[in-house]
Write a protein that binds this ligand. Structure first.
Ligand code: DCT
Ligand code: MG
Length: 406
């Protein structure tokens, strides 16, 4: 919407005054975001990014293009669009003209051309093409099934499959247990989880954990911790105050959810679960292997949430007459001494985590992951009890989870 531009021109208000004014305000507000050249930082961990996105028209376009390049395994272009999108999400003003882009990090000729096109015509032809592209649409559909990654989606696409019905009807396909659950509960899982529903799931998980350890800490992470109203799943970190006491807790909680609830008449509240055993071996410390996926014991589950447990949905039924909804839940169980690192890593956003690790490595010669922080210069691990401790080790201003929506 560039009507603001033409209207202010007509009213005789010089566009640049207002946008510059806003510009200087954001640069002052985000002093932590100032890079050495006086521009907004290239690192998301040095920018405050709340859920208020003033540049949705541009970031939606960039997110589609980033996904398109991800599907085509073009990492460079994918990253360029993700970074550009993230920078625009951190601005407290809307881009009204090309000059508003001055001094912004992570914008190259390609991303700037898309902005220019949207400023002029209201949309981008390239984005329209991608949204109409059969391969993009099919891969997006298939990867929306729980348990289906890019490789599988690609394989099904090359087989000529185009819809969920075609996938379900293809007798030559061998589905994993996870994919079977993903297809069975597809409609529920694809409709996003609300904060109300997440809280209700949180109560169930908390009750189950506290039965075995009254001191167990159960914390919602992921998008909901960053203040999102909706998410694709509910992520939890579960731990105990005493290091080592967390071992065995997950198994007890899972059997509690399976058996106790059966007795209570809430049959089969655990619709699906897959436990990934801990591969985290204290004897390996110090290890310099920093990987994308952590070694904590975790569980990817689908839980049956009764609508009567959700305050806003009481006595509601869906179109199939169901009085419950299948909800995707991730449980991660780190030992207490890794709690702060696990919490920081699982709170996201993905782009925030990516930039935090890149910042640590490039600017501080430190390796950060969900288990710890390693200083390459001194050869020592730096311990942390809280997220604040980790930001301090990295010499960064602390950002609240609500400011990590990069
Ligand atoms: N995460 C990460 N790297 C990955 C996967 C996840 O750093 N490869 C972190 C960042 C977010 C967190 O784990 C939880 O992941 P998701 O549930 O996928 O993200 P979300 O932000 O919670 O988004 P949604 O609201 O859609 O669940
Ligand atoms: Mg999530």
């Amino acid at each position: 919407d560039i009507s603001w531009f033409t209207e202010s021109m007509r009213a005789g208000t010089p566009v640049s005054v207002e946008s510059r004014h806003q510009d200087s305000r954001i640069i002052k507000d985000c002093s932590a975001g100032l890079g050495s050249s006086g521009t907004i930082s290239q690192y998301a961990c040095q920018r405050k990014t709340t859920l208020k996105n003033c540049n949705k028209i541009f970031t939606d376009a960039f997110d589609v293009l980033a996904e398109h390049f991800e599907f085509n395994e073009n990492k460079g272009h994918c990253l360029a669009f993700m970074r550009a999108s993230s920078v625009l999400k951190s601005l407290s003003y809307t881009i009204r003209n090309y000059r508003d882009l001055e001094g912004l990090a992570c914008l190259g000729p390609q991303t700037k051309a898309v902005i220019q096109e949207i400023l002029e015509y209201g949309n981008s032809l390239k984005v329209q093409d991608v949204l109409m592209d059969e391969r993009y649409k099919t891969i997006k559909l298939f990867t929306s099934i729980f348990g289906v990654g890019l490789k599988t989606a690609e394989k099904w696409y090359r087989k000529g499959l185009r819809s969920l019905d075609e996938v379900k009807a293809d007798t030559s396909l061998r589905f994993t247990k996870m994919q079977k659950a993903g297809l069975l509960y597809y409609d529920d899982i694809i409709s996003s989880v609300s904060w109300e529903e997440a809280k209700a799931v949180g109560q169930i998980v908390k009750d189950a954990c506290r039965r075995f350890d009254p001191d167990a800490a159960v914390v919602i992470t992921g998008g909901f911790r960053r203040g999102k109203e909706f998410g694709h799943d509910v992520d939890f970190i579960i731990t105990t105050p005493e290091n080592g006491k967390e071992v065995g807790l997950l198994q007890k909680v899972l059997s509690e959810l399976t058996y106790q609830w059966k007795k209570a008449g809430r049959l089969g509240i655990l619709l699906y679960y897959d436990v990934i055993d801990s591969t985290f071996d204290n004897a390996q410390i110090p290890s310099k292997m920093f990987e994308a996926m952590d070694h904590f014991e975790k569980c990817f589950a689908i839980l049956k949430l009764k609508k009567e447990l959700v305050s806003s949905k009481q006595s509601e039924k869906d179109i199939n007459g169901k009085d419950w909804k299948a909800i995707r839940v991730d449980l991660v169980i780190p030992p207490m001494n890794c709690y702060a690192f696990a919490l920081l890593g699982w709170s996201g956003s993905r782009q925030f985590e990516r930039d935090l690790r890149r910042y640590a490595n490039v600017e501080k010669k430190m390796l950060l992951d969900n288990h710890g922080l390693y200083d390459k210069t001194t050869g020592k691990f730096l311990s942390a009890k809280t997220e604040e401790d980790i930001f301090a080790h990295l010499g960064l201003e602390y950002l609240d989870p609500s400011e990590r929506n990069a």
